[in-house]
Design a protein around this ligand. Sequence first.
Ligand SMILES: Nc1ncnc2c1ncn2[C@@H]1O[C@H](COP(=O)(O)OP(=O)(O)O)[C@@H](O)[C@H]1O
Ligand SMILES: [Mg+2]
Length: 244
Amino acid sequence: MESRLRIKTGIEVLDTELNGGIPNGSTVLISGASGVGKTTLSMEFLINGAKLGENGIFFTATETVPKLKKYQGGFDFFDENLIKSNKINIIDLWSISDRLGLHPERYDLEEATILFEVIRDIAKELDAKRLVIDSITSLCYRLQTREMIRDFIFKLGSSLSALMVTTLLTSEIPPRIYKFSQYEIEEFIADGIIFMGDSERKGDLIRTLQIVKMRGTSHGRTKFVLTMSKKNGIELAPMLKSTI
Ligand SMILES: Nc1ncnc2c1ncn2[C@@H]1O[C@H](COP(=O)(O)OP(=O)(O)O)[C@@H](O)[C@H]1O
Ligand SMILES: [Mg+2]
């Protein structure tokens, strides 16, 4: 089968800014504070892929599966049939961890390896083309050292890339801080960083999105205003500098 070079996010302006989409097999950090839209953007990415026939897996580590389905079900893009038909699988990462008998708070090296192998094997088994871990920050919290975090993300990224799986890792950071990841290791290993922020404009908080890095492609670095609506999901529009 011909493997495509670009994976369209389905968010039009973002794909244009990426010159067609995310380079196939990349691992991209979706960084931002709570409430900026990381989970929604990641889910929309999977749904848009599934509509093109590409299988997706959403590993949730911040919300339970029923809660995630309930909230994402509030957007028109969310199509329950894609889950029923297994085009998209939503999996609770901690349930897997529990079932494997891994330590609930801190993993040792062997446990980290087991979890990494299980994620990779599930991706292979389900023939995934797109994968999300929401969030990598809460997973990093269970890895005891910076070396373990580096090793985990590196091994995960390279084996998913070998399978031609394009991966989004959400990264939680404190509000209104220009930083991309909690441990500052994640951002160096990831192939790309998309930063979602808050900006104050005339007293209102507005959401913004900016591509910070994307290996293997030229891309714009424009800061866009991001809006979320039930009808249209995530939309981007240029930020009008004069009104800031
Ligand atoms: N149906 C909806 N229409 C528009 N905005 C919504 C809708 N549902 C949720 N939101 C917005 O999405 C935000 C949560 O987005 P989410 O993707 O969970 O953010 P994050 O994962 O970055 O914390 C909420 O705070 C709310 O403002
Ligand atoms: Mg979230």
